[in-house]
Design a protein. Structure first.
Length: 152
């Protein structure tokens, strides 16, 4: 008697709704900075890690954006600010994907690719197999966010 055993295939359904925190480098043209990007309960927070803006915290919860820097706080309507603000742009991407992310997911060798359009322009988001993010590129504004692998 011959028994053949099958290999189990790891199933992963892409999930762009989960909370996360990852370090990243944001590049816009010739300018770049390190930051920490956090998504909690739908709110996106970007904390600048270097440059003259080190310590600045930008939080977008949809219609409002809050800035904290050097002991000062400022709040403004998102529609009154540049839609390429990283907190706003990230919030918009995850809002679009949350609505129909699985429909937009394309399997890649290392994970998943999502494409869409938000007010900041057309974007391409790459997600790793483990659910962490690899990169987010806004094609029309030439803004690239390269995520660091998550620390374990």
């Amino acid at each position: 008697m011959l028994a053949l055993g099958g290999c189990a295939t790891k199933q992963y359904t892409p999930d762009v709704t989960a909370d996360f925190e990852q370090s990243a480098v944001v590049t816009a043209g010739d300018f770049s900075y390190h930051c920490k990007i956090c998504r909690t309960d739908g709110t996106v927070t970007v904390t600048v890690g270097d440059t003259a803006a080190k310590g600045m915290v930008m939080t977008c919860a949809g219609t409002m954006v809050r800035y904290r820097f050097d002991g000062m706080e400022y709040e403004a309507r998102a529609q009154d600010l540049e839609n390429t603000n990283p907190a706003i742009a990230l919030y918009d991407v995850f809002s679009v994907l949350r609505q129909n992310g699985e429909l937009q997911a394309q399997k890649t060798q290392d994970g998943y690719k999502y494409q869409g359009t938000v007010p900041a322009g057309k974007f391409v988001l790459y997600q790793n197999e483990d659910g962490s993010y690899a990169s987010l590129h806004f094609l029309s504004s030439n803004i690239l966010i390269e995520f660091d692998p998550p620390t374990k």
